[in-house]
Design a protein around this ligand. Sequence first.
Ligand code: HSE
Length: 290
Amino acid sequence: MTFMIKVPATTANIGAGFDSIGIALNLYLTLKVKLSDKLEFVHLSEHLNDLPTDESNFIYQIAKKTADRYQVDVLPPCRIEVTSDIPFARGLGSSATAIVAGIELANQLLQLNLTADEKVLLATEIEGHPDNVAPAVLGGCVIGHYDQTVETIHVPINNLTFVTIIPDFELKTKDARAVLPKQLSHSESVKASSIANVSVAAICQQNWPVLGRLVSQDLFHQPYRKQLIPHYDQVEKALIDQVYGLYLSGAGPTMIALASEEQAQKSLAKWKREFPQLKWLTLQAVNQGV
Ligand code: HSE
């Protein structure tokens, strides 16, 4: 038995959709699985080299948790070749992809026949919020709400380029959440939720200029997290008139500029010259998940 599992990276929050909106992107965590006489992870991408190759591997731990949930106690041993384009702790959903890969590993090895909704619920219970795991399972954009159960709305995304700007340092989600305020006032919440509401409507209508104007106005997390990203203000100043808008991807430190393909092609070389210390990728949404 041999099979592949391919999980897309994700960009979460998209401005004001804090913990509730995410989009799948065309960077992948890929597992090539073959039944064997012992469990072994083989890491084929350099940044995975320090990860465990035995049962303590995070993906395997999630697979075991999934097996427990469905009361199956033995995962058959297998050799798992892992490749990944997704950098760690940069706000591109690397841990969410590992959670989804672990669930799918158990699903396929044990022929659990899990539905997409079951995968999203289990992954969200593990991650704590659906904005990364749900688009990794379903593809496209997912707007989700989690409170014991998960409600998701799936919206395909087309004709939008994600200019992805990756700083050369890691930022742990725990640290980026620690700078957020415990409370917002009623008037701040009303303003913040109106920005989020119109952002959702813009996504549903694929109105990228409106979404672009709103992403940078988020009041839930970006004003507090920007201070952790040394180049945020400079990048925003350099790009903002040439793209739809700029936001912090997930908990950061990656920034994403929403742009048309034409806008991205026209200016990418100039931006790269201006900020050579940052890694620049032009990504697309993918409308299919795991
Ligand atoms: N919504 C999450 C956050 C994404 O911004 O903290 C990162 O896990």
